[in-house]
Design a protein. Structure first.
Lengths: 246, 290, 333
């Protein structure tokens, strides 16, 4: 028993209702330190709501969320970020009138004593995500793939121990996807960063995730290594089957 | 306060409140649809008061009856104003809209000042000092007629939004702008109609107010503030809220005038505003943000 | 690519230094009338900076900044006249009053998520109710106004803000320069970047660990305190305060107009805007006088049309355009 590592993030019986509609229903899972974990499911399955619960944007109706052994549900998004959970938004939210560099520096500000060091930290991350050459541009002028990268860069700049990535591959071309996968894997290895990703791009999920959690209508229906989960009859029916039907 | 006096204040306040409510309704319709706060609202009310004053002077037309042609004229003014002046600002930042409409309000007040001077004006109606009596309670006749006229205009407006295809389309545009554009509604036209309808409300209300109170151009800012207070209390964008807010503020002001001094009227409605904001930030009838 | 040898930053410093020198030298060159106009430009620039910190940096639209101006003016003036406490001390009381008032507005606004239009209307409501309150406050003169004694024997008590036109001119220059300095330092700081982030997208800022409520309060406090200092200046410069003037919405509009015309959110916008608008207003008065249009309301009528015209013509302000023209700035900012 004592040999069992403590999970970094533990979601227990999380439930969230909107005006009687249950968006997330009794969901539980745990993410280990430095693990790459994917949450998949058809549209409207409650994935983004789940992220909002973890990141503190929504309050839980039932259940608990623990991070690094401490209970975090009920705290504000900024407090949760301070404790080491960063997030990206599915619909990217750059600071449009600010430069790419300042966008990332604002993330780095959290752990930097002043703006100069925040900018230095930002530059380092911008290099990793191939945005360094565009650091002087206004974020509003970036293309969508670059905005997705900026979203990730900004979240990474807060030096999290766990990052919630909400469909950062969507809209990227296959080569760009591979590039992002490689960058994420590097950071995951180099900094022991745990990653929880919502992803529709199965190519990325299969390449990165060690375990996959499947949601359907707000409830958990399967969890396991990606190869196993994609063979699960219920998953195929609810999600992959649904997709094939299109 | 004795019971009859209490009832009297309550009723008088509600009657005035209905007229206030109609004025605020105009602000609410404009904001609800066009998403622009009409910072010149009180100025338009005063403009309508002068229109009623002039019509009374020329044709001896009762301001309460004059509210109908004035409302019609204000609809046209609002329609053209939205098309020609406000429309380019719909997508601009709020502070720029503010400056535009404040500029407009300065123009209106000072044009009136130039034409009519700063003197206080009023109209003498044959029934100005008559009142209905129920037991020992006295109710001003003119207030009753004014309130009835305000109610009638409001009823027409509700019918417009419920039963006409244009009204329904405007409500659809207010709920979902993109959706409205997608299904092929001419959003600019709907905006212009809404601004027209909003000004028609304030035009009718202003004309009615001419029968109730003395007026100077300098009254305008306090009327703008009054309309703001009412729609915030009732819930910005909510039609029922504007009416309920009007009633509430009308009664509160009447009570403040009776108990303290008339100059404290605004303070009381302001106090009410803070209480409502603290308890229910979206206003009494406003929808909470999704 | 640029033909100029110096970087935009260096050119900007040189331009600013030249402008500053001209302002320092102005009292020895221009006449009293021109000097009084420059003084008004400087005060406008200073108050514009204060408003700009709240709106331009943090994205909070205050339409009632006259509230802080009036509280500052009345606070310091009442202490001086009623209790003999000089404005050198009174200015801190003035700032505290304004900060307290801004705290109430902020508390209502942020605690109850009163955002956007509602917040702006709340600021108007507070300013207007202060006007009504002071109108009825007999101890401070009510609507008839509050007057500061002008005695020959006080002259030269600069710590009590008793001095001549030169003194008040240089004080205004110091305020404007100080306002610019504070704005620039804040904008470059972590707090300033938190403000910019909130202005751009509060939800995203929060997700990056920015304590949005705290940062908004800070912007409100700084802006209110700076505006109150301007109010103290106006009280001791003009020696009279009327609730109907100092708390008037027209005053709030004047404060915000400079930065809007100059460029909201820019460092130099409030200065450029003020130095454009004040002379324009004066020229307007002169022109109308020359045309024989002295009727009450004539000036304001034209002013109203001008407001509408300016805001229709200059959406993002004059300064960004001017800076590009004079190559005083990179594409950024």
């Amino acid at each position: 028993m004592s040999a069992v590592a403590q999970p970094l993030l533990a979601v227990r019986n999380a439930t969230k209702r909107f005006r009687g509609l249950t968006a997330v229903s009794d969901v539980s899972f745990a993410v280990m330190p430095a693990e790459i974990f994917a949450v998949i499911g058809p549209n409207g399955a409650g994935k983004t709501t789940l992220f909002n619960l973890i990141a503190g944007a929504f309050a839980l109706d039932e259940g608990e969320i623990h991070f690094d052994g401490r209970r975090i549900d009920g705290q504000s998004p900024d407090k949760i970020c301070e404790q080491g959970i960063a997030r990206t938004f599915q619909i990217v939210k750059p600071f449009p009138e600010l430069s790419v560099r300042d966008n990332v520096a604002i993330g780095a500000m959290l752990r930097a004593p002043d703006m100069d060091s925040a900018r230095a930290a930002a530059d380092e991350i911008l290099r990793k995500l191939d945005l360094f050459d565009k650091r002087g541009q206004k974020a509003a002028s970036l293309t969508l793939p670059d905005r997705k990268r900026l979203e990730v860069a900004r979240a990474l700049a807060t030096r999290p121990r766990l990052i919630l990535l909400d469909e950062v591959m969507a809209g990227l071309r296959p080569t760009e996807t591979d590039h992002m996968v490689a960058a994420l894997r590097d950071i995951n290895r180099a900094e022991q960063l745990a990653i929880v990703m919502i992803e529709h791009v199965m190519r990325a999920v299969m390449a990165l995730a060690e375990r996959v959690h499947v949601l359907h209508h707000g409830a958990s229906i399967a969890e396991g290594p990606p190869q196993e989960v994609t063979r699960d009859a219920r998953v195929i029916e609810s999600y992959l089957g649904l997709k094939a039907a299109h | 306060m004795s019971l009859p006096l209490f009832v009297e204040v309550l009723i008088q306040g509600m009657l005035t409140g209905l007229v206030y409510g109609l004025m605020a309704l105009g602000l609410s319709v404009i904001f609800g649809v066009v998403r622009v706060v009409n910072f010149a609202h009180g100025e338009f009310a005063v403009l309508a008061m002068y229109a009623a004053f002039v019509l009374f002077g020329l044709f001896h037309l009762d301001p309460i009856i004059a509210s109908i042609p004035i409302a019609a004229a204000f609809f046209v003014i609002g329609y053209l104003l939205q098309r020609a002046v406000v429309q380019p600002f719909v997508t601009r930042p709020q502070h720029e809209q503010f400056i535009l409409l404040v500029g407009l309000s300065i123009v209106i007040v000072n044009a009136l000042l130039l034409i009519f001077g700063p003197e206080s004006r009023h109209v003498d109606l044959p029934y100005s000092f008559d009142s209905f009596s129920i037991g020992s309670i006295l109710i001003d006749e003119v207030r009753v007629y004014g309130a009835l006229a305000a109610l009638a205009v409001t009823a027409v407006l509700f019918a417009f939004f419920r039963f006409t295809s244009t009204g329904v389309a405007i409500r659809a545009a207010a709920d979902n702008l993109v959706g409205a554009a997608v299904v092929g509604l001419d959003v600019k036209r709907l905006y212009a109609i809404s601004f027209g309808v909003g000004l028609a409300c304030v035009g009718a209300a202003g004309a009615i107010m001419m029968a109730l109170t003395d007026m100077t151009p300098m009254l305008a800012p306090s009327l703008t503030l009054l309309a703001f207070t009412i729609v915030i209390v009732g819930g910005l964008g909510s039609m029922v809220g504007a009416l309920a807010g009007g009633l509430l503020i009308g009664v509160a002001e009447a009570a403040a005038s009776a108990l303290a001094s008339p100059s404290m009227k605004s303070m009381v409605s302001f106090g009410l505003l803070i209480v409502v904001l603290a308890l229910r930030p979206q206003g009494l009838f406003g929808k909470a943000e999704a | 690519m640029s033909a100029s040898p110096a970087s935009p930053g260096a050119r900007q410093t040189v331009a600013l230094a030249l402008f500053g020198l001209a302002l320092v030298a102005a009292p020895f060159v221009v006449d009293r009338y021109i000097l009084s106009i420059i003084l008004l430009c400087l005060i406008g620039a200073y108050l514009g900076q204060a408003w700009n910190i709240l709106m331009g940096f943090c994205g909070l639209l205050s339409l009632g900044h006259a509230l802080y101006l009036g509280l500052g003016a009345y606070g310091a003036a009442a202490l001086y006249v009623k209790f003999g406490i000089g404005p050198w001390l009174g200015v801190f009381v003035a700032m505290a009053l304004a900060v307290a008032a801004s705290f109430v507005i902020g508390w209502l606004g942020f605690r109850f998520r009163i955002e956007g239009v509602y917040f702006s209307l709340l600021t108007i409501a507070f300013a207007e109710s202060a006007r009504i309150g002071f109108d009825n406050w007999a101890w401070l003169g009510g609507a008839a106004g509050f007057f500061l004694p002008v005695r020959a024997e006080d002259f030269g008590q600069y710590w009590n803000l008793r001095g001549g036109p030169f003194f008040f001119y240089y004080l205004a220059l110091a305020l404007a320069a100080g306002g610019l300095f504070v704005s620039a330092r804040l904008r470059a700081s972590k707090l300033g970047h938190a403000w910019l982030a909130i202005r751009e997208d509060a939800q995203a800022a929060r997700a990056l660990g920015v304590n949005v409520t705290r940062a908004r309060f800070m912007a409100l406090f700084v802006s209110a305190a700076m505006t109150a200092v301007g109010g103290v200046y106006l009280a001791f410069w003009g020696n009279n305060i009327f609730p109907g003037q100092i708390f008037d919405m027209a005053h709030s509009i004047d404060i915000m107009l400079g930065p809007i015309v100059g460029g909201v959110g820019t460092l130099f916008g409030p200065i450029v805007g003020s130095f454009l608008l004040v002379p324009l207003g004066e020229a307007l008065i002169e022109a109308l006088r020359a045309l024989g249009l002295n009727a009450p309301g004539a000036k304001a009528l034209v002013y109203g049309f001008l407001l509408m015209g300016i805001i229709a013509a200059a959406p993002s302000g004059v300064w960004p355009w001017l800076a590009r023209r004079l190559r005083l700035q990179d594409r950024e900012q």
